[in-house]
Design a protein around this ligand. Structure first.
Ligand code: SF4
Length: 237
C-alpha cells in the first residue's frame, strides 16, 4: 500500500507518480464536502483541455494561491476521511461516499489503490472521474463506479492523446463505468455518437450522458438549451 500523498501541482506533462506517491492538489478535497460526501481531487493531468475548469490542479501557471499544494500521507488522507482508519472503535462518518477526481486521478492508480482498498473495507462507496485515456489498472474492481468523460475535438487535445481506444474499450466492458460527453454544440453530439459507435463492446444508452460545457451556471444553462433545441420536450402530453 502506498504510504503518502504529495499535495502539489506538477507540470501537466509530468510523469505519473511512482509507487508510494499520490499527488493530490489542494486542501480543497477536505473542505469541499457535498451532501453526498467528500471530493478528493488529485493533481496532474495527461491532457490539456483548453476549457479545463480545474486547470489549477495541473497547470502551475494557473494554480490557486488560496489553495497551496501540500503533502499528506495516505494514512493522513484515510484518517481525515474516516477516523476508523486509525481507531477501529471511532464513530463512522454518516456519509461514506467519495468522488475521486482531478486532474486525472488515474495517473496515480498504484498509490490510489491503497486509499481505495482501505475505504472499501470501511464500507465506503467509491466513484472515480476520468477522461478514459488511462487504464484503471488495480482500481478496476475496487471502485464502485467510473465516470468516464472522453474529450471531443473542442478540447483542443490531439485525438491520439484523448481517444485511446484500447482503454476506452476496457471501460466499455465494465458494467460499472458510465460515459459522459461535454458538448458545446449539436455537432459535438454527432462526434460523441461516432465515438460510442466505435466502442467494443457496445455501451447501452443508459450508461451515457451529455453535459453542456461551461464554467458558470448561465453558460451551462444557455448551452443546455441549445443542445436540447432539436429535441423539444413535451411536458404533460
Ligand atoms: S482531462 Fe479533465 S482535468 Fe485534464 S485538462 Fe481535460 S478537463 Fe482538465
Amino acid at each position: 500500500m502506498a504510504d503518502h500523498v504529495d499535495e502539489h501541482v506538477p507540470s501537466p506533462r509530468a510523469a505519473p507518480a511512482g509507487r508510494g506517491d499520490v499527488r493530490a492538489d489542494h486542501p480543497r478535497w477536505r473542505s469541499h464536502r457535498r451532501a453526498r460526501g467528500p471530493v478528493l481531487r488529485l493533481a496532474g493531468c495527461n491532457l490539456t483541455c483548453v476549457w479545463c475548469d480545474t486547470a489549477f490542479s495541473w497547470d502551475p501557471a494557473r494554480k490557486d494561491p488560496a489553495r497551496p499544494p501540500t503533502t499528506v500521507t495516505v494514512d493522513e488522507v484515510l484518517r481525515r476521511l474516516d477516523p476508523r482508519a486509525a481507531a477501529p472503535d471511532a464513530v463512522a462518518p454518516v456519509v461514506r461516499r467519495i468522488v475521486i477526481t482531478g486532474g486525472e486521478p488515474l495517473l496515480q492508480t498504484d498509490a490510489l489503490a491503497g486509499v481505495c482498498q482501505r475505504l472499501h473495507q470501511l464500507g465506503w462507496v467509491l466513484e472515480v472521474e476520468t477522461s478514459g485515456s488511462l487504464s484503471p489498472g488495480p482500481l478496476t474492481m475496487i471502485v464502485d463506479r467510473f465516470n468516464v468523460s472522453p474529450k471531443l475535438t473542442h478540447s483542443g487535445v490531439a485525438e491520439g492523446a484523448r481517444l485511446r481506444w484500447p482503454v476506452l474499450n476496457e471501460f466499455a466492458a465494465l458494467p460499472h463505468a458510465t460515459f459522459k460527453f461535454v458538448a458545446r454544440t449539436v455537432r459535438d453530439l454527432d462526434e460523441a455518437g461516432a465515438i460510442l459507435a466505435r466502442l467494443d463492446p457496445a455501451v447501452d444508452a443508459s450508461r451515457v450522458m451529455v453535459m453542456a460545457e461551461g464554467t458558470d451556471a448561465s453558460e451551462v444553462l444557455g448551452r443546455s438549451r441549445e443542445l436540447l433545441e432539436p429535441w423539444p420536450l413535451v411536458v404533460g402530453a
